[in-house]
Design a protein around this ligand. Structure first.
Ligand SMILES: Nc1ncnc2c1ncn2[C@@H]1O[C@H](COP(=O)(O)OP(=O)(O)OP(=O)(O)O)[C@@H](O)[C@H]1O
Ligand SMILES: [Mg+2]
Length: 317
């Protein structure tokens, strides 16, 4: 089985705010270092990755660093493009696209937006691009959060079964087959070492397997705090705190600064311990290998920080 970076399409998903975009960018940088012509696809008109690279980002595929491209896919635009391709006539597509009846129909067809979006993503990963765009070695998708990602991944199968005989059904089936082929498509999940993101990750992995027969390749637990104290050191700190400063035998009145430092050290230690407990829980429950990325102590991550995370990620993949 090819490793994650040797597939053609990798979807990065996870709960909202856990680092999907950051990990997608880090993974892309790792792929570029291996000489792969890589495109990162953001959805819902997001353009965070070009911003990270101080690039404007254009309408289509933009090269933001040598070998690294980004594109932002908007489902409405993707729907229009898809329609044009289906009908092979710009004029008719224009007419239909603008008509209220068409909008009514597409709004009523469940999952059509998801289907055209995943269709666009699928196209980015093809050796022969349907839209005539350039060919990439790897497409990485900064996918929506878990619930929506599952809907997106399910939509080709739904359309393949309801529109079996028509061109839409055939196309949907092709996409579905590509997504379920583990040699072509990979799934990377991101989580924070906290209770809810960990539970959501376990649940998503199970749903993806049960509902679509798709496995998760890797889980990245992001922004792990460092464990600064060994168990012995932590016990010593707790002993000092319990004795009100100093030691039980030689109590001293600690200064306010010392008290604050002690409290901060203990709180750090407890957080690291809680995070490791969540990490262990995830490792026990998940099928996919779990790797970690450290928390970077910056208010907002810049390109250098993502480069550093990328080097760590590459070592651990
Ligand atoms: N390892 C890390 N250390 C420190 N900060 C991080 C780390 N990873 C991500 N962040 C920061 O956490 C915030 C959320 O990360 P990011 O935007 O990548 O998450 P997301 O899952 O894509 O969020 P959304 O669901 O909103 O798209 C950002 O401000 C990012 O810079
Ligand atoms: Mg994001």
């Amino acid at each position: 089985m090819p490793s994650l970076l040797d597939k053609r399409l990798v979807l990065v998903t996870g709960k909202g705010g856990v680092g999907k975009t950051t990990v997608a960018a880090a993974l892309a940088l790792a792929a570029v270092r291996r000489g792969k012509r890589t495109v990162v696809c953001e959805l819902a008109e997001q353009k965070r990755i070009p911003t990270l690279f101080s690039s404007e980002g254009t309408e289509g595929e933009t090269e933001i660093a040598p070998g690294l491209f980004t594109i932002s896919v908007d489902s409405e635009r993707a729907k229009d493009e898809w329609l044009r391709h289906q009908l092979k006539s710009r004029t008719l597509a224009g007419v239909l696209g603008a008509s209220r009846l068409f909008q009514y129909l597409t709004a009523a067809a469940p999952g059509l937006s998801e289907l055209v979006t995943i269709g666009k993503v699928w196209d980015l990963a093809q050796l022969e691009r349907r839209t005539g765009g350039s060919v990439f070695d790897l497409a990485i998708v900064d996918a929506p959060a878990t619930g929506h990602a599952l809907a997106m991944l399910t939509s080709p199968r739904t359309y393949a079964s309801v529109a079996r005989l028509g061109p839409v059904g055939r196309q949907a089936e092709k996409i579905d087959r590509f997504l379920r082929d583990e040699a072509s498509t990979g799934v990377l999940m991101t989580a924070l070492p906290e209770e809810i993101p960990v539970s959501e990750t376990i649940e998503f992995e199970r749903s993806l397997r049960d509902e679509l027969g798709i496995g998760v390749d890797r889980i990245v637990v992001n922004a792990l705090h460092p464990a600064r104290f060994s168990a012995t050191e932590a016990r010593a700190l707790e002993g000092i705190a319990a004795a009100g400063g100093g030691t039980a035998r030689a109590p001293v009145e600690p200064s306010a600064v010392a008290r604050a430092a002690l409290a901060a050290a203990l709180s750090e230690h407890r957080r690291a311990r809680a995070e490791h407990a969540q990490l262990r829980r995830l490792r026990r429950a998940a099928t996919a290998p779990v790797v970690t990325l450290p928390r970077v102590f910056e208010p907002e991550l810049g390109r250098d920080d993502v480069e550093r995370l990328s080097a760590e990620l590459e070592r651990r993949l």
